[in-house]
Design a protein around this ligand. Structure first.
Ligand code: GTP
Ligand code: MG
Length: 432
């Protein structure tokens, strides 16, 4: 079913439907749903909401509202409805029957967008797996829809049922087998990932991770910092990431090394952005991508301060981070896109907050100072004794530090230099 939606013409008009309740923020969620809908090349023309504490188990909306919706579908000649929640297979089926329109739920919508955006092999496999998981219990619905269309029948008549049942089981088996395959491919890929991740950790450079709501400006900030400080020995380090004014521009994690003018270095990672009610099976399949932040020494939460819903976006980000198990990592909040507001920038408030514009070089400098304050605040002058046979270690230290003193004894070199707490722990065996 979801494949059909991806192939639609750009102008397809749809209705948005959602529930409001006493808790939750439905205005923001419906705005977000409209943005997600546009991101999937659909045009929302009207929004229908109903105040219900819980969705109607059969039809999502209550009876009267469903009738109103069916009327409107006829009047506006709209043939698709997008719901703000994940619906059960039977809710979709019943609502489709009552309104004669195709029903796409929030999960299907987000999965479609992810499928269109996925670029890397890992992201493609992750989306494919999440999609199959979503489709498996919904096979009957999607089949009856496609059968209806093929035969031109109104309601999936009895004649096609026998053949359909067998086909259904065959499809289930095929999908399950496909899922096993994809899981294996992902496991093989992730094995490489883990090796890379552990390499990064022995690399003893501080890890700083950009996180935040989709479209907040994470990739833009990454690129602007790379242009100025991405001068690693490996040319690849300065390679730019994809930035664009669209939801979910980034679906993978990129890690780059930054070298500041005083030789201090750290790793910066950019990753997939968040949205509220991120489908559970997407969170599960993207867990390894989303979890990059869990290993960080410092999080940079990028917030689009020019968006009136920025507070809800921050709450969404924090909720998603907790969901993927990121906790107790220090965080700087970056109020970005200040150039679109009347706020003055760059401006630091306290230790953990900065208002700035990613595209302004003063802002970038101020941000770097703040990052340095966090990750290099615990430097102490120490002396290390590096045995002569550890020449590579000494070379590495010299590429990352300025030595305050250097001398020799019978077995090795004595180096006096400034090291962070983390580095002191890593070099503990060599401390004098
Ligand atoms: N005016 C202004 N625009 C910005 C700023 N930072 C980012 N943008 C724009 O915001 C849009 C989204 O930027 P991205 O960097 O792709 O956002 P992202 O957070 O990486 O988004 P996802 O990858 O979708 O999670 C782009 O059109 C950027 O040009 C800023 O400081 N000021
Ligand atoms: Mg991005």
């Amino acid at each position: 079913m979801t494949q059909q939606h991806s192939n639609l013409s750009t102008a397809r008009q749809v209705f948005l439907v959602g529930l409001t309740s006493n808790h939750g923020n439905s205005t923001y969620e419906m705005t977000e749903l409209a943005n997600l809908t546009r991101a999937n090349n659909l045009t929302p023309v009207e929004t229908f909401t109903q105040k219900l504490e819980r969705p109607n188990p059969a039809t999502y909306f209550g009876k009267g509202k469903v009738e109103e919706l069916a009327e409107a579908v006829k009047t506006y000649e709209v043939d698709m409805i997008v719901a703000n929640d994940e619906l059960s297979p039977s809710q979709i089926r019943n609502l489709e029957k009552a309104t004669q329109a195709t029903v796409l739920d929030r999960t299907g919508l987000i999965l479609d967008i992810f499928a269109q955006r996925a670029q890397t092999k890992e992201a493609k496999l992750q989306v494919q797996l999440a999609r199959l998981q979503y489709q498996l219990p919904r096979l009957r619905t999607s089949m009856s829809v496609s059968l209806d269309q093929q035969t031109g029948a109104g309601g999936g008549g009895f004649t096609s049922r026998g053949a359909g049942e067998t086909k259904l089981e065959e499809s289930r088996r095929r999908i399950t087998a496909q899922m096993v395959h994809i899981r294996q491919d992902l496991a093989d890929l992730t094995k490489g990932e883990t090796t890379r991740a552990s390499k990064r950790h022995t690399n003893d450079l501080p890890n700083v991770a950009l996180v935040g709501y989709t479209n907040a400006g994470k990739s833009t900030l990454m690129n602007r910092l790379l242009e100025r400080f991405g001068v690693g020995a490996d040319n690849d380090e300065s390679k730019q990431v994809f930035e664009k004014d669209m939801l979910f521009a980034t679906l993978n994690t990129t890690i780059r090394q930054l070298t500041l003018p005083d030789k201090k270095q750290f790793l910066l990672s950019d990753t997939v952005g968040f949205v509220s009610k991120l489908p559970h099976n997407l969170v599960a399949t993207f867990k390894s991508t989303l979890q990059e932040a869990a290993h960080a020494d410092l999080l940079l939460q990028v917030v689009d301060i020019s968006d009136e819903h920025y507070k809800e976006m921050m709450a969404t980000t924090e909720k998603t981070l907790a969901e993927v198990g990121v906790s107790d990592v220090p965080m700087i909040t970056i109020y970005n896109k200040a150039d679109r507001t009347s706020l003055s920038y760059p401006e630091i408030a306290g230790d953990n907050t900065i208002t700035l514009s990613a595209i302004d070089s003063d802002s970038q400098d101020t941000l770097i100072q703040l990052i340095k304050h966090h990750i290099f605040n615990d430097v102490e002058t120490v002396t290390l004794h590096i045995p002569f046979e550890k020449g590579a270690l000494q070379a590495k230290l010299s590429s990352q530090h300025t030595f305050l003193a250097e001398s020799y004894d019978d077995t090795g070199t004595l180096l006096t230099l400034e090291l962070s707490k983390m580095e002191r722990e890593n070099f503990a065996p060599y401390l004098v």
